[in-house]
Design a binder for this molecule. Structure first.
Ligand SMILES: NC(=O)c1ccc[n+]([C@@H]2O[C@H](COP(=O)([O-])OP(=O)(O)OC[C@H]3O[C@@H](n4cnc5c(N)ncnc54)[C@H](OP(=O)(O)O)[C@@H]3O)[C@@H](O)[C@H]2O)c1
Length: 329
């Protein structure tokens, strides 16, 4: 059946400006790292993407190697575009990245101009797109001059294959250098994509200051700590969960009794606030003024809906924030 998006999808108005750029992103964006690959059920992923757009999620985040197998999330997203979302391309912000291992040999990962630009061409082909909205350097490369990697991002933008450039997993210091190089090239750095959640706060020790100063936006990945900051693992490890699947990046041994004890206490606090733990964890990430968007994953439409409920209660009392700090420590 032909897909028609919900006409009320923008009624909530939950968008924030990305740094000092002209573009706004939804407070909650959807990433396709897990659950959208060749090993997953296509119709499930398709339903999640459609519902996301129906609920005003305009930003979808990919990378060359999301799957498994590598490339299959982009292929599946290309299919969803072709079947459902193509008429709304101008309402979508689609991102992809290059940096991690994608193909064998010396030109299949890291930050050389050769790899980065070849990878973007491959991504566009897999998704059936003329351009992506944001193209990221997925990780810093200690062995390639930063000028070369940033030069490749600049070229991607100048050639019209990307509208904006971004970096991911860069330290505060490297972000400042990357921003300066990109500014000199005339392609400002739009956005940084770091890991950030109640259990992982590294960005507060310098990066947020750099982003503020440079006017760069921020989109936090794994805001739910891959599902640990939800009720998913409170009664063991379900077989259909990320930690329960053989190809998931969350391994069962990472779900320790120590972290579960914290999760239980956080869960109680969330209940007192009248929301789910997932909702509280997302609201917590979004409390930072530098944070443009929280980038979630979801394995079902129900999870997506639950996470969007975070938008109904974003504020915290000082006491609640103190309690979260004390539990997470
Ligand atoms: N730049 C980078 O290096 C990098 C690295 C990692 C991720 N990312 C990006 O960030 C996106 C999100 O990362 P992530 O998937 O780790 O994010 P996340 O939101 O921390 O974790 C998502 C997982 O949490 C569980 N979940 C979500 N909502 C839930 C709910 N309401 N109740 C219970 N469980 C819930 C689901 O796990 P189950 O599958 O177990 O149901 C889901 O797959 C990725 O798709 C990717 O786009 C980027």
């Amino acid at each position: 059946m032909t897909y028609l998006p919900d006409e009320k999808r923008y009624a909530g108005g939950h968008y924030r400006r990305c740094g000092r750029s002209g573009i706004k992103l939804p407070l909650i964006s959807l990433g396709l790292w897990h659950n959208f690959g060749g090993v997953d059920l296509f119709e499930n992923g398709r339903a999640i993407v459609r519902r996301a757009f129906d609920r005003g999620i305009t930003h979808f985040d990919l990378a060359n190697n999301y799957g498994p197998p590598f490339g299959s999330a982009e292929e599946n997203f290309g299919k969803i575009l072709a079947q459902d979302l193509r008429p709304w391309r101008d309402e979508l912000v689609i991102s992809t990245k290059a940096g991690y291992l994608m193909w064998p040999g010396p030109y299949g990962e890291w930050g050389s101009r050769k790899y980065v630009l070849a990878s973007l061409d491959q991504s566009l082909k897999r998704m059936g797109l003329d351009y992506v909205d944001i193209f990221y350097s997925h990780r810093p490369d200690p062995d390639t001059p930063l000028e070369e990697t940033m030069g490749a991002l600049d070229q991607a933008v100048r050639s019209g294959k990307a509208l904006y450039a971004g970096v991911s997993n860069y330290s505060a210091e490297m972000t400042a250098r990357a921003a300066a190089i990109l500014r000199d090239l005339g392609t400002p750095c739009l956005i940084h994509q770091p890991k950030y959640n109640i259990f992982n706060r590294w960005i507060e020790e310098g990066l947020t200051g750099v982003l503020e100063q440079e006017g760069i936006g921020c989109i936090a990945f794994s805001p739910l700590a891959q599902g640990v900051l939800t009720d998913r693992y409170l009664k063991g490890i379900p077989g259909d969960s990320r930690a329960g699947k053989p190809h998931g990046f969350l391994r069962p041994e990472q779900i320790t009794e120590e972290s579960l004890a914290k999760v239980r206490r956080l869960n109680e606090l969330a209940q007192r606030r009248g929301q789910s733990l997932a909702q509280m964890a997302l609201a917590w990430v979004l409390r930072l003024p530098q944070m443009t968007s929280s980038l979630i994953g979801a394995s079902s439409v129900a999870q997506l809906e639950n996470n969007l409920g975070a938008l109904n209660h974003l504020d915290f009392s000082d006491e609640e924030l103190r309690e979260i700090d004390e539990i997470a420590r």
